[in-house]
Design a protein around this ligand. Structure first.
Ligand code: NDP
Length: 271
């Protein structure tokens, strides 16, 4: 019987995940279907239970349910535990295990696809929401010289930095967006500003010449953040590679087969 998987979110119509997983399944010869399911804002857990009861084997979770998914799972992987958010569910024997593949996706895109070595680099992470939470642990595990989390609401950044310092990571610190005045090797925009075509209010001094400016947002146009970075001599990248890489990591968890990603990224870009 064909195995069922799905991504749950609200909204969900825009999701590229069904396309990506269909492409992985075809490439690896796996017999599965993957659909996008709009979960009601007040009915996420019921939607997941229903899917599991009807034979679902696993799921991805996106905005705004990653923290509810974390609470739902009795079993969680260490990286999901560290992130405090879950984006991948594995169903087996009536149990649900929660994982978070966002960080692995970002690191794979940075290191394998973009050739950026994180060790000893000064890294700036803009944002303190769900996407930022998922990538901080994996970034710190790559031994950057420093990681500064900067957020519009500075307290949220300070809380996140304190959480990771408490886990033994002493190179992480936090500040408000207006306090930034030093240059960084890697600047990651994990704010939702680009979604609304806005620029996070940051000084252009953060862009060291030849730095990499990475916007987690993806779309056909370059974002105001990427434009600013480019004007100040930085290289730019969007989040499409991260999206495909986090999906590949989830696919591997479910099927035990790691799909190739380069052709999928290229096909999505061409489309
Ligand atoms: P959240 O809603 O959880 O967090 C939003 C963050 O953005 C908060 O830190 C918020 O600050 C900040 N923010 C919102 N608007 C602005 C603004 N105008 N200026 C400055 N800061 C702002 O969203 P997520 O963390 O889930 O998503 C963030 C981005 O990452 C989105 O663009 C999303 O599409 C992308 N993403 C990409 C993925 C990929 O695979 N490529 C995976 C996951 C997310 P405050 O705390 O002050 O409200």
């Amino acid at each position: 019987m064909t195995d069922r998987y799905a991504v749950f979110g609200h909204p969900i119509a825009h999701s590229k995940s069904p396309l990506i997983h269909a492409s992985f399944a075809q490439q690896t010869g796996q017999d599965l279907v993957y659909e996008a399911i709009l979960a009601p804002l007040d009915g996420f857990v019921d939607s997941i239970r229903q899917f599991q009861t009807n034979g679902g084997k696993g799921a991805n979770i996106t905005i705004p349910f990653k923290e509810q998914a974390f609470s739902l799972c009795k079993q969680r992987t260490p990286r999901a535990e560290l992130a405090g958010a879950v984006n991948t569910l594995v169903f087996a024997d009536n149990a649900i295990t929660g994982d978070n593949t966002d960080g692995a996706g970002l690191i794979a895109d940075l290191t394998h696809n973009l050739g950026f070595a994180l060790a000893d680099k000064h890294v700036l992470l803009l944002g303190a929401g769900g996407a930022a939470r998922g990538v901080i642990g994996p970034l710190l595990e790559c031994s950057p010289a420093s990681l500064v989390i900067a957020n519009r609401t500075a307290n949220r950044a300070h809380d996140l930095a304190a959480h990771f310092q408490h886990q033994g990571f002493h190179t992480v610190s936090a500040c408000g967006l207006g306090e930034l005045n030093a240059p960084f090797d890697l600047i990651i925009n994990a704010t939702a500003a680009s979604l609304g075509g806005e620029l996070p209010p940051i000084s252009s001094q953060v862009f060291k010449s030849h730095a990499l400016a990475y916007d987690m947002m993806y779309g056909k146009d370059i974002t105001p953040f990427m434009k600013l970075a480019q004007r100040h001599g930085a290289h730019i990248a969007d989040g499409l590679g991260m999206l495909v890489e986090q999906a590949a990591e989830a696919f591997y968890l479910w099927r035990g087969v790691r799909p190739a990603t380069a052709s999928v990224i290229a096909a999505l870009r061409a489309a």
